[in-house]
Design a protein around this ligand. Sequence first.
Ligand SMILES: [Zn+2]
Length: 551
Amino acid sequence: MHNLLLHWKRFNWLLLVAPLMIACGRKEQAGYILTNAVLISADGQLDGDCVVMAGDTLAAIGWYRELKKYWKAAEVIDVKGSAVMPGWIDAHAHFYGLAVNMLSADLRGCESPEEVVERLMVFHSQNPGPWITGRGWDQNLWADGQYPGVEALDSAFPEVPVYLMRIDGHALWINSAAARQHGITGREQVSGGKIEVRNGRFAGVLVDEAMKLVQIPSPSVGDLLPQLQKAEQELFAAGVTSLTDAGLPRAVIEGLRDLYRSNQLRIGLNILAADDDETFEWLLTHGPIEEGELTVRGMKFYSDGALGSYGACLLKPYTDKPDHYGLLLRSPEYFISRFDKLRSYGLQVATHAIGDSANRLILRIYADLLKGYDQDQLRWRIEHCQVLHPVDIEYFKEFRIIPSVQPTHATSDMTWAPRRLGERLKTAYAYKSLLEAAGLLALGTDFPVEKISPIYTFYAATYRKNENHEPQGGFFGDQAISRLDAIRGMTRWAAYAMHQEHTRGDLRTGMLADLVVLDKNWLTCQAYEIPATRVQMTFKRGKPVYQSDER
Ligand SMILES: [Zn+2]
């Protein structure tokens, strides 16, 4: 009833004003008008072929033949039948990490420790510095599948400290020079972490909490401005107009806030604060922060590690490591006290949980704390939700917990995850079951762990295939979600997960004019065409921020 009234009021107003405007021949001034478009929102294809952007918002949506009577624009762009969608929102990614990575060697896809060393030599000759950082190695791609040792690094880099993060960010491979600098001998004991030792000596790899023994050198936020702007431009080119950065400490948040205040960055950036004492106290005092495109409304926690490095905490042992259950990174009491405090401040909690044991623990803690509270205001989330015991899925429904998942993780892990999980694989990466329980699914890429383009997220979510169309029939294809639900997960639901569904993630008048223009209609194109989709243009707040050369 309320809605009907509202519509009537709007309609009424148009009836009065539209003839007046025509009669006077006066047209409203818009910035850009897109015509000849297929309009796809979170509700499906809309009636119309045109969007009008005025200032930083969507001023009108409908048919050009009608709208042109009321609007004139600085530029009218014929998109020639392309699809126009709300700009994509990445619900879980690492924007700052992407910029930092531009200053470190890319080791993804290395097929041996020797190849890692070769790439580092090239990188170091092009980017000489007092230390070397790299990211992306994965021993699962190597012939022996074993963690590497210090020797390979030491022979090439005897003096320069080397710090190499595993692809999942849960294991660090360093050389002896770095170990010396931090006084690491291999005899240290770290709860929630592991130090690899061979023949009684430090063997080069630190897992999970043990990584904290090492302070990886890093530049300041201000120093990184060129990399941050490059990262932003790459995201615009990929159709991403907003994202949630999953976990940054206070100093980085404040540095980024300075860059936003001086208008040097403009992508929508919702930051989950990282879990450390200083950032925690700072967030309680200063949060939530809402300054235009920069928001901070919650905190990111880690309950366990990752599956690839045997860090995910499982209810039953790993199939390929029968005495090993993985690690819980903190005590339940720790999580309860932090979450309780954040709840009392009305702040969001987002917890990384991969293993079924970690997921169960966090879901139960959430359930206890959310009972009787305004769950829609708090919007607590679980990040990844990778391995779930089937009975635990109901928690998402009962307590309105948001599953924040990254479908490309399923298609990236599918070659080795069966070894780790065995039978449990059937209820892992179970995105459709999660959607059915929760009623929504916030989709993300987790770049730079995965590629930044949400096109692969869409394909993995809807067909459970990687960009090379593997495997045939999809990886547990029955867990595929519909195309429209995947679009919702990249727009409306991702916006909801960051408390911003009123300003972005949809094609509605009054919302921010954040748009992506595509050469394919995702509601009707052939499945195999999806990975080849091209972003033609991207608009942020009514301004073009990317245009492909092909247009
Ligand atoms: Zn992440």
